[in-house]
Structures are given as structure tokens and as C-alpha cells.
Design a protein around this ligand. Structure first.
Ligand SMILES: Cc1ncc(COP(=O)(O)O)c(C=O)c1O
Length: 396
């Protein structure tokens, strides 16, 4: 038998055209510092460190013995999750959703958002993306062969929709919005969300509202859902997740809810590529959504205490900090004269603190960095002191 020359297996050209995922890059850098013997306080990735709520764990323990849950899952999602989410959505946002047509369970909102974009976008379509963005918005757009066009922010953190060039708006199919925003921490009130929906309606766009931080509001702030806006169901889908609100990031469970035609397209995509989302995480998420009024307040109180500890300690060190009213982050300017990656490396190498460079969230994030509130208040105070020393070190 003639042996053929083995061809190297490489990522496809399309994948090679996409830059490495920033947290993957950051993981490599952290590993190198740890190998060099450094102890790091990791405030990089926004991975919730608080425990999974007891009530959810108890429900999981019972559910694991349920025979029917070991079969292939329901394609669209488990009725128990849909029932629990429908009640949550009604109580929390005053919206009525039809579980059979307007809900679909996904393996987290990152995957879910990617699948929505792949299900509805054609090559050549434009996807309108906030200029500082959660990276998957651009990656999903590129995977679909569509074109990302960035929408700048106004000073108040809202999207400057008037700045979108007419030629690109004419080709636009999707507008992605993320409030409360990672990483900027900007929030909207209902009037701001109404403007997004009205814009999508006016221009025939699908509005994808990423509400990953739905429950992480401070000082009484409660993020609205885009689906609260009358008529939003005609043009909107929204991402919800158990990851942040309930500290269940590893369960990989979320929902896409809203426009029935878009969910149908998503269903076509998913039934051809998978078997539906795993049942047990859905049952766990159902327990969390059902118990949201008990589960969420202590989680939010802890984040708020962390925010306050960090903000106070940074202000004492001379940092210009606004206390965010939502999310689990602080978004700060890099000390003068430094590139954001240089700053991140400097903090890691000399002060043992890991933060995320702003350019991880797009070129418009240059000159900023993000701190995740994923350690208790005492560690965050230490981190603030270390960052203050780091800043005086580089400015000296
Ligand atoms: C804005 C935003 N959307 C979605 C996600 C992904 O969350 P999930 O765990 O549901 O995939 C994140 C995670 O950090 C996020 O910041």
C-alpha cells in the first residue's frame, strides 16, 4: 500500500483568522508566573467563587436518581426549567412567556448567543456590537461569516445608535446589547432599553439582549428585561443564565427566550448539531429560578460588600473609581503611559495580582482594565493596596 504523506491537522483557515481567546491567553501567562514560583491573587476571569446555593444542591441530589433524566434530554429544554423560568419572568419582570414557543435551554449564554448568531446570520450580514464587548459577540459573528460593526458608547454608557453609518445599518441584521454591561458596568433603566427595542423595530433588526448579570444589581438597582417593552417580542431574544445570578457557572445552563421565529431557527440549528441541553443542570437551574427570592439576596449582598471594600481601598490609594450599580466588576483606567497588557503583566509579575486588560474587550477598551469581585472583601483590600503600589511603581 502506498503511504500518503500525513497532512498536519490544523485549525481551519476561518479559525486561524480569529485571535486566541483572551482568557486562554491569560491562563497561559498565569501558569508561567506560577511555575516561576509566584503566588497570584486571581481577579481576572469573572468566575463566581461563592458556593452553589444549598437549596439547589439538595434538589440536584434528589434529581440524580430520577431515571427519566438519564435519557436523551428534550430538544428544546426540560418542562421543569421552563415552568420555573416562566414564573420567575412573570414575578421579576412582569412578562408572560409561552414555554412551548418562546423558551429554549442552552449550555450557558456564551454558547447560546453564538448559536443564535449562527442560526440567523448569513455571510455579508452586519452584526452591530457594542464597541467594548464580551468577546464572543465578535467571535460568533466571524464564525457566521458576518461582519462586526462597532457601536460607540455615549458618556452615560448607553449605545450611540445615531453613530452607526447608514450603509452599514442597511446591511445590519442583528444588534447585540449587554446591560448590565461586562466590562464597563454600565446599566440602563427601562427607558434606555425602550430605545434599543424601538431602534431594532425601526430598522428591522433582531435585538439580542444579553442579560447575563440580570440579578447582580446593587443599592436596590434591578436590571430591566428588554422583553418588558411592549412589542419587544416581535424583534428580541434575551439570554438568561444560572452562571452569575446563582453562582452556577460550571453547570452550563441558560435560556434563550423571546421571539418564536428566532427560537425556531435556533431549534433547527441545535437539532441538527446536538441533542438538547443536559437535563440535570436544567433541573438544578429550575430549582434556582424557583427559589430566586431566597437565593439571590445573600449573593448580591456579598458582591456589594466586596464592591464597597474594593472601591473604598482604591479611593484611599488615589484611584478615580465610580462604584458600579451592577455586575461583578470594576472598570478602571490604566495608570498613565502604560499599555494595558504591560500593566497586567507588571501587576502579575511584581505584585501578584491578576486583572484583565481592557483590550480583551476590543480596541476601544485599550487604556483600561477590569477587576472581578471574585474574592472576599479582605483579599480585595489587599489587591487594592497591591495595585496602588503597582501604580506608584510604574509611575515613579
Ligand atoms: C456579558 C456576558 N454574557 C455572557 C457570559 C457567559 O455566561 P455563561 O456562563 O452563561 O455562558 C458572560 C460571562 O462572563 C458575560 O460576561
Amino acid at each position: 500500500m502506498p503511504s500518503s504523506t500525513p497532512r498536519p491537522f490544523r485549525p481551519s483557515r476561518l479559525l486561524q483568522s480569529i485571535p486566541p481567546y483572551v482568557f486562554w491567553d491569560l491562563e497561559g501567562r498565569k501558569a508561567a508566573h506560577r511555575e516561576a514560583g509566584r503566588t497570584l491573587l486571581d481577579l481576572g476571569i469573572g468566575s463566581p467563587d461563592q458556593p452553589v446555593p444549598e437549596e439547589v444542591l439538595a434538589h440536584c441530589t434528589e434529581a440524580i436518581a430520577r431515571r427519566e433524566l438519564s435519557r436523551y434530554p428534550h430538544f428544546r429544554g426540560h418542562p421543569e426549567l421552563f415552568g420555573a423560568f416562566a414564573e420567575y419572568a412573570a414575578e421579576r419582570f412582569g412578562i408572560a412567556l409561552d414555554p412551548t414557543r418562546e423558551m429554549l435551554s442552552v449550555a450557558g449564554s456564551k454558547e447560546g448567543l453564538t448559536e443564535v448568531v449562527l442560526a440567523v446570520c448569513e455571510p455579508g450580514d452586519v452584526v452591530l456590537i457594542p464597541a467594548i464587548y464580551y468577546p464572543v459577540y465578535v467571535r460568533a459573528t466571524q464564525l457566521a461569516g458576518a461582519e462586526p460593526v462597532f457601536v460607540p458608547f455615549r458618556d452615560d454608557g448607553s449605545l450611540d445608535l445615531d453613530a452607526i453609518p447608514a450603509a452599514q445599518l442597511a446591511r445590519a441584521r442583528v444588534l447585540i446589547a449587554n446591560y448590565p454591561c461586562n466590562p464597563t458596568t454600565a446599566t440602563l433603566d427601562l427607558a434606555g432599553v425602550e430605545r434599543l427595542v424601538a431602534f431594532a423595530q425601526q430598522h428591522g433588526l433582531l435585538l439580542i439582549s444579553d442579560l447575563a448579570y440580570a440579578e447582580l444589581g446593587f443599592d436596590g438597582y434591578r436590571a430591566p428585561s428588554a422583553l418588558e417593552v411592549p412589542g419587544a417580542l416581535d424583534c428580541t431574544v434575551e439570554l438568561h443564565t444560572a452562571s452569575k445570578s446563582f453562582c452556577m457557572a460550571s453547570f452550563r445552563v441558560g435560556l434563550v427566550v423571546g421571539n418564536a421565529d428566532v427560537l425556531n431557527a435556533l431549534d433547527v440549528y441545535r437539532t441538527n448539531t446536538g441533542y438538547g441541553n443536559a437535563s440535570l443542570p436544567q433541573i438544578a437551574a429550575a430549582a434556582a429560578f424557583r427559589a430566586h427570592t431566597r437565593i439571590v439576596p445573600p449573593i448580591v449582598a456579598e458582591y456589594q460588600a466586596r464592591r464597597d471594600a474594593l472601591v473604598d481601598a482604591l479611593r484611599a490609594g488615589g484611584w478615580p473609581v465610580n462604584a458600579p450599580r451592577a455586575t461583578m466588576y470594576l472598570w478602571l483606567p490604566v495608570p498613565d503611559g502604560l499599555d494595558d497588557w504591560q500593566w497586567v503583566e507588571h501587576c502579575m509579575a511584581h505584585h501578584g495580582v491578576v486583572v484583565t486588560p481592557g483590550s480583551a474587550f476590543g480596541a476601544a477598551g485599550q487604556g483600561r482594565f477590569r477587576i472581578s469581585l471574585v474574592q472576599p472583601p479582605e483579599q480585595l483590600r489587599e489587591a487594592a493596596h497591591a495595585l496602588t503600589r503597582a501604580a506608584s511603581g510604574v509611575l515613579a
